[in-house]
Design a protein around this ligand. Structure first.
Ligand code: NG6
Ligand code: CA
Length: 511
């Protein structure tokens, strides 16, 4: 056969098999903020979360589901880019005026979905920066979500404990009155500008640490802003507004495959849910926000049911990092927690590289395709780009999504399919790491500067880095350091972690 014809036929055949293998469910990724492993009732939590529990019972629930970092910005960076954030300096918790962290040429989860023919949107908290240098609040906010693969967005720029309390719709602040320009800054704009310090007595929610800048809606925040009054929202209405927007967007894209990233602000501080949830959980505002988050999941589920697209829609429920009780406001989270364990049986939480920092709820619901099941396989939000690319019949460019693994089999519940054999867990970029390797866990932390100083003045020679080894099969709570008993495991994991950091990638090259 003529070589050219042969090559053409082969090309056609490969194309056809890829097409046959490709599946195009609608995908809704629902990410909670600071929701711990133990915070949902299906995972043992004390606040009832019936809507999420139902998805878990009808779908696939993971007990080793993770995000890759124990704070928001690096975790979301990894979710969207499929690359560990520790590889990219400057991906720690973004400040109010942070510039866009993901550059437009990056292959991202939404750009991959778009390439597969999906309509794409992000509704909710962003916290990955906007613009070049700093956001141009009164002009075009570019680059932003629209420049990395989302067709549409309605976002809160950073977190709601940071200024400003406005929505960014596509590339502009929504409802901004040009006669009342929005100014956002790091320093107090004028000596008479009311702040959480000067007007503490007027606050409806008092701060405990930080969070004493500009006051809006009776709550003082991190940073300062003036103007943009018409654009400002009430904290209590945040979740409802995002649900309204999501319902509308899903409805107008019901006939095509769509990808929605619903990034809830619940249960991050300031914890101010809508009035109808206030006081309803018995656990104070933190518990009330869990109720609000569950209600959001219920609303989104109901939307796809009403539109008759439940069977062909994959819903993933996850969190961006582990739990925290007091995160800077006096909201009774500590006082009212009772015997509820936000991180479940795990040690640590937000900011930590112990399991509680990143092991989080992880549920996949796709009734047309995934049978009800519980899995102990290791999966991570960083795997979404490679997994969804594979599902939709795409191969990744070699240098894209460098730590994202195709876990289709595990996601779909195929018999014998295996999850990750390892996962690196990071903190906010402070150089502390966890490495889960099978049932082993290495924790490598820098000693706090204070401890090193104290040791030095006492004449001790402390190592700058502290290593701990845990056997999660016997000690899931990481209580007993067995490094001395298993030196060979310790050195194997130490070397593996170093190689992962050094090599710049963990996704295998596929020739
Ligand atoms: C910390 C804030 C905390 C929270 C966190 C980011 C103080 C004292 N603490 O610096 O309240 O905003 O940053 O949380 O200001 S995250 O979930 O978005 O990563
Ligand atoms: Ca968070």
């Amino acid at each position: 056969m003529n070589l050219l014809i042969f090559a053409l036929l082969m090309g056609l055949w490969t194309g056809l098999t890829e097409l046959a293998a490709a599946e195009t469910p609608n995908v809704i990724v629902i990410m909670a903020d600071d929701l711990g492993y133990g915070d949902l009732s299906i995972y043992g939590g004390r606040v009832a979360t019936p809507a999420i529990d139902r998805l878990a019972v009808e779908g696939r629930r993971f007990t080793s589901g993770y995000c890759s970092a124990s704070t928001c910005t690096p975790s979301r960076y990894s979710l969207l880019t499929g690359t560990y954030a520790f590889r990219v300096p400057g991906t720690g918790i973004a400040a109010p005026n942070a510039a866009a962290l993901i550059s437009p040429e990056t292959v991202t989860l939404p750009s991959l979905m778009k390439q597969a023919g999906y309509a794409t949107a992000v509704v909710g908290k962003w916290h990955l920066g906007l613009g070049v240098g700093r956001p141009d609040w009164n002009g075009e906010l570019k680059p932003g979500p629209r420049d990395i693969g989302f067709d549409h967005c309605l976002i809160l720029p950073t977190t709601n404990d940071r200024v400003p309390q406005v929505f960014v719709q596509d590339r502009r602040v929504r409802n901004l009155d040009p006669n009342d320009p929005l100014w956002v800054g790091e320093k107090i704009p004028s000596p008479d500008h009311p702040t959480g310090q000067s007007h503490r007595h007027t606050l409806k929610l008092d701060w405990d640490q930080g969070h004493n800048g500009t006051i809006h809606n009776g709550i003082s925040r991190i940073g300062f802003y003036t103007g943009g009054h018409q654009a400002r929202f009430r904290d209590e209405d945040l979740a409802d507004e995002w649900i309204r927007e999501s319902r509308h967007w899903i409805d107008s894209h019901r006939a095509e495959p769509f990808f929605l990233f619903f990034a809830s602000h619940d249960i991050h501080v300031p914890r101010v849910p809508h009035e109808r949830f206030q006081g309803k959980s018995g656990q104070g505002p933190r518990g009330d926000c869990i109720l609000e988050f569950d209600a959001c999941v219920g609303e989104l589920t109901q939307t796809i049911e009403q539109l008759g697209i439940k069977e062909k829609t994959m819903i993933i429920v996850c969190s961006d990092n582990g739990p925290v009780l007091n995160d800077g406001y006096k909201d009774q989270a500590v006082e009212k927690v009772g015997d509820h364990q936000p991180a479940g049986p795990y040690r640590g939480g937000k900011y930590s590289v112990y399991e509680g920092g990143t092991r989080t709820p992880f549920i996949i619901h796709w009734p047309g395709r995934i049978a009800p099941s519980v899995s102990d396989e290791i999966v991570c939000t960083i795997d979404l780009p490679a997994t969804l690319a594979a599902l939709t019949g795409q191969s990744l460019p070699p240098d894209a999504c460098r730590d994202s693994l195709d876990l289709r089999g595990v996601f779909l519940g195929e018999t014998g399919a295996r999850g990750r054999d390892h996962l690196v867990q990071q903190d906010n970029g402070g150089g502390n790491f966890g490495l889960r390797d099978g049932h082993w866990k290495l924790v490598r932390q820098k000693l706090p500067a204070r401890a090193t100083r104290q040791a030095k003045s006492a004449g001790e020679d402390l190592p700058a880095v502290q290593e701990q080894l845990f056997d999660l099969s016997r000690d899931p709570g990481e209580q007993t350091n067995v490094a001395a008993q298993h030196p060979e495991v310790l050195s194997r994991l130490r070397e593996r972690l170093e190689a992962i950091i050094r090599d710049g990638r963990t996704r295998p090259h596929i020739p």
